[in-house]
Ligand binder design. Structure first.
Ligand SMILES: Nc1nc2c(ncn2[C@@H]2O[C@H](COP(=O)(O)OP(=O)(O)OP(=O)(O)O)[C@@H](O)[C@H]2O)c(=O)[nH]1
Ligand SMILES: [Mg+2]
Length: 666
C-alpha cells in the first residue's frame, strides 16, 4: 500500500503507538512507586485503552450503482490484485457492509440474516450475539476465494408479499416504490441484514473502519444505518456518477442523510472515464469535467474543492497492473491525499486533546498525593529536629502529646462517617435521574404519545418532547453534582482546619458534552422522523426496533454521564481514604521514632537523616513523573510528521457546521 492515505494513516498509527508506549512507561512508574490510587489508575488505564483502540469510521454513501464498492476496491483492496468487493453490473450490494479488523477474531465474513428483523432486536444488540450470525471463514492469501465469499453481500431471497411486508420491504401506502412481483407473486428481498468483514488489511489493522452502504432511498433501508451508523461515522464519501450528474434521488440522499450536520464530507464525481470522447480533445474533456465539478458543488451547496472527479474503475485497473500513469489519470490519488490530509489531522487533534487533558489530570493527582505525603514528612522532621538535646522527660512528654494528638485525630472518623452518609445520599439523588429505569420510563412515555398519534407530525413532536425531558434530567444531575461539590468543599475546609488534612476538590465533570451528544441524536432522529420511511413506525415490529435502538443509544449517553460522575466521586472518596490512612501511618511513625530515640539518643540523627532521604526520594519521584508526563505531552503535540506537513498544503479542514459535532464525537 503506497497511497498517501495509507501513508498518513501509518504515520497516525505510529504516533498513537509511541504515545501508548510513553503512557505505558508512565503508568508503570506510577504503579511501581505507588503514586496513584485505584480511581486514578483506572483513569490511566482508560486513556491507554482509548489510544490503543481508537477507530476511524469512513462511510461510503450513494444511490445504487454510483461506484461505492468499486471505489472501496480501488482504495483498499487493489493490492490483492483483483476486484474483491462485488462491483460489476447487476452485482448490487444488498446490505450495509462493514470492513474492519479485530485481531482477536479470525479473518471472516459475518452475515446477519434478514429474518432477524422480525424479532425487533436492534443491530447494536445483535452485534454481541454471535449465534445470530452466519460466519464464513476467509482464506487470506487466496484472493479468488475471498472475492467468491464476498459475493454473499449481493445475495437476495424471494419471499411472499406478506413476508416482505413484515420485513419492511413492502409498503401498501407507497405502491410505486414497492419492488416488482414475479409470476408467483413473490418479491425479491436482501438475504442479509448486515455484513461484517474481519480482514487484516494494513489500514483496517490501524483502526480504520469502512462502511459500504446499499441504496438508502429504497424502501426497507435499515433505520439503524440512518440513525446510528451514518451519524457516528467520522467522515462520509458521497458518490455521484459523472455520467448521470446529480439526479433527483442523489439529491434526496444528500439532503436526508448528509445534511449540514453530517460529519466531514467528501464528494466524488465518479466514472469520469465515461466522459472520454474520441471526437473531443483531452483539454475539452478536462474542461467539461471542471464545469461538472463546479455545477455539482453549486447544486450541493459546498466548496468546489470538496468535489473530486475521478474514475474508480480506471484506478483499480491501474493499481492491479501497477501503471502509475493511468493511476494519475484516474485522479484517485487526489481524493486519497484529501482523505489523508484532512481527516487524519482531525483525528489527531481529538486524540491530542484527550492525552493532554489526561496528562494534566494525572499530574495534578500525583502532585497532590506526593505533596500531602511530603507535608507530613516535614511536620515529622520539624518535630524530631526540635528534640535535639532534649531530656528523657521531655521525650516522654512528646510521646504523650503524639498519643493525645492521635486520639484527637481519631475523632475525625465520626465526622468522616457522617460525611460519607451525606455524600452517598447526594450521589444517589444525582444519579437517580440518569438510571436506565428512568430512561426506559421516559421512552415508554414517548412511545405512548407516538401511538396515540400515528401521523409523522405527532411522532416528531413526541420525540422532541422526550429529548427536552432528557436534557432536563442531565441539567438536574449537573445542578445536584454542583450542590454535592459545594457540600464537599465546605466539609473539606473544615476537616483540613480541624484535623490537618490536605483535602482538595477537583472540577466536577461537565455534563454539557452529554447534552451535546443528546442534541446530535435528536438531530438525526428528527431528520429520520421527517422521512416517509418513518411511517413504518406504525408497524409494531418496527416501532419496537426503533424503540430498542433509541434506548440503546440513549443508554450509552446516560451511562457515560453516570460513569463520569461516579469516577469523580470515587476519586474524591479515595482521596479521603488515602489521607486518612496516611495520617494514621504518620502518627505511628512519629510514635515509633520517639520510642527509638528514647532508647538510644544516637537514633535521633539517624531518623532525621532517614526522613530527609525519604523526602528527597519523593521529590525525585515527582520530578520523574513530571518528566514522563512532559514527554507524553511533547509527543502528543508533535504529532505524526507527515500528517502535519501535509496539512498545510490543503483546503480548509472543516465545514463550519461540523465543528460542534466533531467536538461531541471526540
Ligand atoms: N465507467 C465506469 N464504471 C464504473 C466506475 N466505477 C464503477 N463503475 C461501474 O458501475 C457499476 C456500479 O459500481 P458499484 O461499485 O457496484 O456501485 P455501488 O455504488 O457499489 O452500487 P450498489 O452496490 O448497487 O449500491 C458497476 O458496473 C461498476 O463496474 C468507473 O469509474 N467508471
Ligand atoms: Mg456496492
Amino acid at each position: 500500500m503506497t497511497t498517501s492515505f495509507a501513508t498518513s494513516l501509518d504515520a497516525l498509527t505510529g504516533w498513537r503507538t509511541v504515545l501508548g508506549q510513553r503512557l505505558g512507561e508512565t503508568s508503570r512508574f506510577l504503579d511501581d512507586h505507588d503514586l496513584v490510587d485505584g480511581a486514578a489508575a483506572a483513569q490511566v488505564a482508560a486513556l491507554r485503552d482509548r489510544l490503543a483502540n481508537d477507530k476511524l469510521v469512513l462511510a461510503f454513501v450513494a444511490e445504487f450503482s454510483r461506484g461505492k464498492s468499486e471505489l472501496i476496491n480501488a482504495i483498499f483492496f487493489a493490492d490483492t490484485g483483483r476486484r474483491v468487493l462485488p462491483a460489476t453490473p447487476g452485482r448490487t450490494t444488498m446490505c450495509p457492509v462493514e470492513l474492519a479488523w479485530d485481531a482477536d477474531e479470525p479473518a471472516s465474513l459475518m452475515l446477519l440474516p434478514i429474518e432477524t428483523r422480525n424479532e425487533g432486536l436492534s443491530l447494536g444488540e445483535l452485534r454481541g450475539q454471535r449465534r445470530a450470525w452466519k460466519v464464513v471463514p476467509l482464506q487470506l492469501g487466496d484472493p479468488d476465494q475471498l472475492a467468491q465469499s464476498l459475493q454473499e453481500v449481493t445475495r437476495t431471497d424471494w419471499v411472499s408479499q406478506d413476508q416482505a411486508r413484515a420485513l419492511g420491504f413492502w409498503d401498501d401506502a407507497r405502491p410505486d416504490d414497492n419492488p416488482p412481483v414475479d409470476a408467483n407473486g413473490r418479491v425479491e428481498v436482501p438475504a442479509w441484514r448486515h455484513a461484517l468483514i474481519n480482514y487484516p488489511h494494513p489500514l483496517l489493522k490501524q483502526g480504520l473502519v469502512v462502511l459500504d452502504t446499499p441504496g438508502l432511498n429504497a424502501i426497507g433501508a435499515e433505520p439503524e444505518l440512518t440513525l446510528s451508523l451514518l451519524p457516528t461515522a467520522h467522515a462520509t464519501v458521497f458518490i455521484l456518477g459523472a455520467d448521470t450528474g446529480v439526479t433527483k434521488s442523489d439529491l434526496e440522499i444528500w439532503r436526508d442523510h448528509l445534511g449540514p450536520h453530517a460529519p466531514t464530507r467528501f464528494v466524488v464525481l465518479n466514472k469520469i472515464d465515461a466522459l472520454l470522447d474520441p471526437l473531443a480533445t483531452r483539454e475539452q474533456v478536462d474542461a467539461q469535467i471542471e464545469t461538472q465539478r463546479r455545477e455539482t458543488a453549486r447544486t450541493l451547496g459546498i466548496d468546489a474543492r470538496r468535489v473530486f472527479p475521478l474514475s474508480a474503475r480506471q484506478a483499480l485497473a491501474a493499481r492491479v497492473v501497477d501503471d502509475p500513469v493511468t493511476l494519475e489519470a484516474s485522479r484517485l490519488p487526489e481524493l486519497e491525499v484529501a482523505l489523508g490530509t484532512q481527516l487524519l489531522p482531525q483525528r489527531r487533534q481529538v486524540l491530542e486533546d484527550v492525552v493532554l487533558d489526561g496528562a494534566q489530570q494525572i499530574e495534578n493527582h500525583v502532585a497532590r498525593r506526593l505533596g500531602d505525603h511530603r507535608r507530613q514528612l516535614a511536620e515529622q522532621m520539624l518535630e524530631l529536629r526540635g528534640l535535639r538535646g532534649k531530656s528523657g522527660a521531655k521525650l516522654r512528654l512528646m510521646l504523650q502529646r503524639v498519643e493525645s494528638e492521635a486520639a484527637e485525630f481519631e475523632q475525625c472518623t465520626v465526622k468522616l462517617q457522617a460525611l460519607r452518609v451525606v455524600h452517598s445520599r447526594m450521589l444517589k439523588d444525582t444519579l437517580v435521574g440518569l438510571s436506565s429505569d428512568r430512561l426506559r420510563e421516559e421512552v415508554s412515555a414517548m412511545q405512548t404519545a407516538m401511538s396515540a398519534s400515528l401521523l409523522n407530525l405527532g411522532a416528531k413532536k413526541a420525540f422532541i418532547a422526550l429529548c427536552a425531558r432528557l436534557r432536563g434530567l442531565l441539567e438536574t444531575a449537573q445542578g445536584r453534582s454542583t450542590e454535592m461539590r459545594d457540600m464537599l468543599g465546605a466539609s473539606f475546609t473544615k476537616l483540613n482546619a480541624e484535623f490537618g488534612f490536605g483535602l482538595a476538590l477537583t472540577k466536577t465533570p461537565d455534563l454539557e458534552r452529554f447534552t451535546n451528544e443528546l442534541i446530535l441524536i435528536e438531530r438525526s432522529y428528527v431528520q429520520y422522523l421527517g422521512l416517509t420511511q418513518a411511517l413504518r413506525l406504525s408497524q409494531p415490529k418496527f416501532m419496537e426496533q426503533f424503540r430498542r435502538m433509541l434506548v440503546s443509544k440513549l443508554r450509552v449517553v446516560f451511562e457515560n454521564a453516570t460513569g463520569e460522575l461516579e469516577m469523580w466521586n470515587k476519586s474524591t472518596s479515595a482521596q479521603i481514604d488515602s489521607q486518612l490512612r496516611e495520617r494514621r501511618r504518620n502518627f505511628r511513625r512519629r510514635r515509633e521514632s520517639l520510642e527509638r530515640v528514647q532508647n538510644a539518643a544516637s537514633d535521633l540523627e539517624l531518623r532525621i537523616a532517614e526522613l530527609e532521604e525519604q523526602d528527597g526520594r519523593l521529590q525525585n519521584f515527582l520530578g520523574r513523573a513530571r518528566q514522563l508526563l512532559e514527554s507524553l505531552r511533547e509527543q502528543a503535540c508533535a504529532g505524526p510528521q507527515t500528517v502535519t506537513d501535509l496539512m498545510t498544503l490543503t483546503v480548509p479542514l472543516h465545514d463550519e457546521a461540523v465543528a460542534p459535532l466533531r467536538r461531541a464525537q471526540g
